[in-house]
Design a protein around this ligand. Structure first.
Ligand code: CS2
Length: 474
């Protein structure tokens, strides 16, 4: 069921326009069977959109919880959970109202979260909590000493029950499900991580085990962790987007979301309590997700990170601007060649995929800001550059294009731009050093093993400055 708009453009002044809600736009509310953690633009343009398109959408409502701030939940609740998806193609926009979010909740309301997970009708928990929020250190284990994780463990063990990280909240809510005897469910990780189901599993069980080993054992037995590869470019909503929806749709929507027309969702794993027919909207269920995941993380997200650091060092602000710079374009092509050598040749249509990516990145009507992509670099590079660099070196080649992504990140961290990173303190400390010492210290934050490889450290050091120095016409 797609809720396309059939209203004429507004002729009334903004003050007299109706507010989007279920009275002005009568979409029925489905019963909550999905709980989402991480209510943001991407959840709305992707999982909420897919759920709305499923032929059994009427049975699957979402209760979506925010992360640190309540704002997005308050804004959406004021419109009964409704919002507009603006599909922004390079020719034009189209608009559709999505009604699958039945409840938008402040993430701090752990009581509501526990209540929903204790209900046997809740079948799925989806997560978009950011790559960095899984609380895992560079070794892939739960960083129990990190301040947020340690604070949540203290909350859980003291029985005060007020964790603040999404993981801590999820563990508490799973304990409520166990206590209620509500049975199995699926946790579906929708963050850009390799093996994201396994990562979520380790993170949740790691935190549970540090609190209550019996809960950890119950989670292992009853909770399915589904791995997924998610894709839809969704920049942050701007005031201009809000105004565009108002003009085109004739109502006030305080929470529209702009996304490219392209969308993709590949999933692998069990849904012991059922799931919506997401395949009706094109979702694909596979036995082995790794090739799809690597294709997306390396070719799309890897290129994004190259553009984010290299592009900003060259004075660009958006993906489309950076792509138009031959220096950036050439860096992407070289990185894709390296990555492609480690992807299966069959079934992934890599030529088409690369061509489609260039078209998607080149859509200048989507103002996808490089500063947004540049965030959390230490975590993202671990998924986007490191595996390609390792594979290239194992194959006896230098991996210079993957190393260039890491060198560009390092240059960017010293460029004076604001650094948003879970390891920001370590980044700042490393940047007080110089030369190879600095490179090694920064590399340790991304991948400790690579930091001990003198060849890699020398290569990355030698590539420092490459973006800023390259001539635009080279
Ligand atoms: C981007 C992703 O911000 C980033 O790190 O690379 O959000 C990217 O836009 C999405 O994965 C596209 O599906």
């Amino acid at each position: 069921m797609s809720a396309g708009l059939d209203r004429p453009a507004a002729v009334l002044p903004a003050g007299r326009l109706p507010r989007l809600n279920r009275e002005t736009y009568p979409l029925p509310k489905a019963p909550v069977r999905i709980v989402h953690l991480g209510l943001g633009a991407f959840h709305r343009s992707h999982q909420a959109w897919y759920t709305q398109q499923a032929s059994d959408a009427g049975e699957w409502g979402i209760a979506a919880f925010t992360g640190r701030r309540p704002d997005a939940a308050a804004a959406l609740e004021a419109q009964d959970g409704l919002f507009t998806v603006v599909e922004r193609a390079d020719c034009c926009d189209s608009f559709a109202v999505v009604g699958s979010i039945a409840e938008a909740v402040d993430g701090a309301d752990v009581e509501r979260l526990c209540g929903l997970l204790a209900a046997g009708t809740t079948a799925i928990v989806t997560l978009t909590i950011t790559e960095a929020a899984y609380g895992l250190g560079p070794d892939g284990r739960l960083a129990a000493a990190s301040p947020d994780v340690a604070a949540d463990l203290a909350q859980l063990t003291s029985g005060r029950g007020n964790p603040t990280t999404p993981l801590g909240r999820l563990v508490l809510a799973l304990a409520a499900r166990r206590a209620a005897g509500a049975g199995p469910l699926a946790v579906v990780c929708c963050d850009n991580l390799s093996n994201n189901g396994t990562v979520a599993h380790h993170a949740v069980v790691g935190m549970a085990a540090a609190w209550d080993p019996a809960l950890a054992a119950w989670i292992d037995e009853h909770i399915s962790f589904v791995s997924t590869s998610v894709d839809r470019i969704t920049p942050r909503t701007t005031e201009a987007d809000v105004a565009a929806v108002q003009d085109a749709c004739g109502y006030l929507d305080n929470s529209p979301v702009v996304a490219e027309p392209f969308h993709n969702w590949v999933l692998s794993g069990d849904f012991p309590a059922g799931r919506p027919r997401w395949e009706d909207a094109g979702a694909v269920f596979v036995a082995d997700i790794e090739p799809y995941e690597n294709r997306k993380l390396w070719l799309l997200n890897g290129a994004h990170s190259l553009l984010a650091y290299g592009g900003q060092l060259r004075g660009h602000s958006t993906v489309a601007e950076a792509l138009a710079d031959p220096v950036c374009l050439q860096a992407i092509g070289k990185f894709w060649d390296e990555a492609e050598a480690h992807l299966p040749a069959d079934g992934l249509q890599l030529d088409d995929y690369r061509a489609a990516l260039l078209a998607r990145f080149g859509n200048a009507r989507i103002a996808h800001h490089l500063a947004q992509i540049a965030m959390d670099g230490s975590t993202k590079l671990r998924m986007r550059a490191v595996p390609v660099l390792q594979a290239e070196r194992a194959a006896g080649r230098s991996g210079a294009a993957a190393a260039l992504m890491i060198a560009a990140w390092m240059d960017f961290t010293a460029s004076g731009a604001a650094i948003h990173d879970p390891l920001a303190e370590g980044v700042a400390a490393a940047n007080t050093l110089s030369g190879t010492q600095r490179t090694r210290a920064l590399m340790e934050l991304v991948d400790p093993a690579l930091a001990t490889d003198a060849g890699v450290v020398d290569l990355v050091s030698a590539l420092s400055g490459a973006f800023a120095e390259a001539a635009a016409t080279s």
